[in-house]
Structure formats: structure tokens, C-alpha cells
Design a protein around this ligand. Sequence first.
Ligand SMILES: C[S@@+](CC[C@H](N)C(=O)[O-])C[C@H]1O[C@@H](n2cnc3c(N)ncnc32)[C@H](O)[C@@H]1O
Length: 342
Amino acid sequence: MRRAGFNSVMNGCSSLASKRGKPRNFCGAWPYNYECSEKGEHRPVLLEEVLEHLRIVKGGIYVDCTFGRGGHARAVLSKLDERGGLLAIDKDPEAVEAARDLHEHDPRFTIERGSFTMLERLAERSGISGKVNGILFDLGISSPQLEVPARGFSFLHEGPLDMRMDPTAGKSAAEWLATARQEEIAEIVWRFGEERFAKRIARAIVEARRTTPITTTRQLAAIVARASPAQQRTHPATRCFQAIRIFLNQELAELSMALPQAVRVLAPGGRLLGISFHSLEDRIVKRFMRDQARGGDYRVAAPAEKQYPALRLIGKFRASRWEVMNNPRARSALLRVAERLA
Ligand SMILES: C[S@@+](CC[C@H](N)C(=O)[O-])C[C@H]1O[C@@H](n2cnc3c(N)ncnc32)[C@H](O)[C@@H]1O
């Protein structure tokens, strides 16, 4: 029985407290998707479109690769009956903590802490590889990540310059900026922020850190602002913060690694959904889906088969005017949908 299989395996490997209450080990534009209301509550973007294009079947198995605060996940769960299952992943310990209640009380739901580059491994361990009806990537950062000053993602709030989705792994932005070479900073700010003044900004950062370590968000924002032309439509630190965040969290590299896994994990007819908030992310999703629809060069299938298309393109979707009116941050969201071929 699918439910028993899904849950029994998931219970064995889950990263959060067990459903019996015993602890388990962890295994583990400007920020474009600033998805929160004026009151600061979290709002999933393109929710109706996601539910529609996942084509949810009541007893199906779904994976939410970017749980966040579970806006999409909870809506998917509400469409499933007791035979269904939802595996969620997030690398942010606070997102995993936010899922604790659901994890402990809903036997259809499991969350894993870690990168979505673990997708295939987790699916195999759970016995759901090749059986998944739909996978969602809602990319970037969540509003709680952006809004809590201690996370250091926002130049609007004074906070420690961190910017890690998983603050227990890798270097913080402050640590990286303390030692990175000027050329390296310029390259990152240019490549991941598409910032025209990347060289000037990198020079200013290196000059500033000679006298004082750069440890806070506002400190960095002020250095970037001084190095940038005054007349700009967005805050001058927008692109620089985006670039450092993407670099530190390996956002584009991890996306490129996870997409081929998603195709392998899907059942024939299963749907792959990617929501991106800027062109760098969207380019990866778009090219991947297009290549797979042509029989492209990502190693999705075994080498002998890899010339055959693995995906069928379904389309791309933007937020309705109504949604943008109610949640202006949905303006830059772009959902792409493809379907696994048999
Ligand atoms: C835009 S939010 C998702 C919001 C979610 N759909 C909701 O409705 O609440 C993106 C989430 O994905 C997580 N994330 C981003 N990249 C990740 C990765 N490579 N692996 C795992 N989680 C990731 C972030 O920590 C963040 O919580």
C-alpha cells in the first residue's frame, strides 16, 4: 500500500522528531521573492497555479523541495487523502523547525533538513523514486529569512552580515568579505548580481575593510551606496546583496544539480514545477526543461537513452493582476511547468 510504504520508509529517515514524539537525528527585486504581506505573514506565490499544474491526485506523492513556511506544502496536503504523501526539504533549520508540528501530527508529511541536491537520495531511501506525481521548487529566500535582521539578508535591517540559508554551514558573508580577493568580489558581484559597478564596489569593500571589518548589513550597504552612482531606481545595494547571497548559498549550482534528479524521481506523467524570481534562476530552469524536452544533454536517462526527450513542456505562468495587487512581490515570480514522459 502506497501510504504504508511511503510513511514507513520516511519515518525511518526523517530529520525531525518522530511522529511518536521521540527525537531523531538531523541528517543532515531586491530580494526578489519577498513574499510577505504588510503584516509580515508569509504568502506563497502563484498558489492557485501551483495547485492546478501539479494536477494533484488524492493518493499521490509530492515533493516540496523548498518548504519555507509551508504555504505551498500545506495547500498540497489539503488536497491529499490518507493514501497521499508529501516529502518536504529545506536547508534552513528554522524552516524545518516551523514544520515540526505538521511533521509530528500528520502521518502523510515528512520534512528533511538539507539541500535539495539530496533529492534523489532521499527519494530512494523513502522508496518513492520514480513514483512521485509532482515536484515543486519555489526558489530563493522566504520572507522570514529576509525579515529577521539576525539572518543578515536585508540591507534595510541592521544585523550581522550572514546571508546563509543554513547558518550552521559554510562561511557567512562577513567571513567571506573579510578575506576574498578584490577580483573575486568583483567577479561574484558581476556574475550573480549583474552589477555594472562591480569593480568599483569591490574596490570600495577592500579599501573599507583595511580600517574596519565589515560585519553588519548596513555597513556593507553604506559602502556599496558610496561606491555607486546616486541616481538609481533600486537601492544601490540590491544587486550586491543578491549576488553575495546567491554565491554563498550556491543557489544556481545546487539548482542545476537538483533538476536532473527531479526528472529521475518523477513518475511518468509527473509534473516538475519551478518558480523563479530573477533571470539567472529562470534561465537555468528554462534551459533545463527545454533541453529535456528535446532530449538534451543533462544526464537524466541512461547514456544509451539520453537522446530521447524526458520532459514535455507545459508552459510558463505569471501571477494574476489580482495576486500582484495583493502581493506586489509576486510580480517577478515566474512558474515553469513540464511533465515527465514515460
Ligand atoms: C521562497 S522560500 C519557499 C516558500 C514556500 N514555498 C512557502 O510557501 O512557504 C524558499 C525556501 O527554500 C529554501 N531553499 C533555498 N535553496 C535551497 C536548497 N538548495 N536546498 C534546500 N532548501 C533551499 C530556503 O531556505 C527557503 O526556506
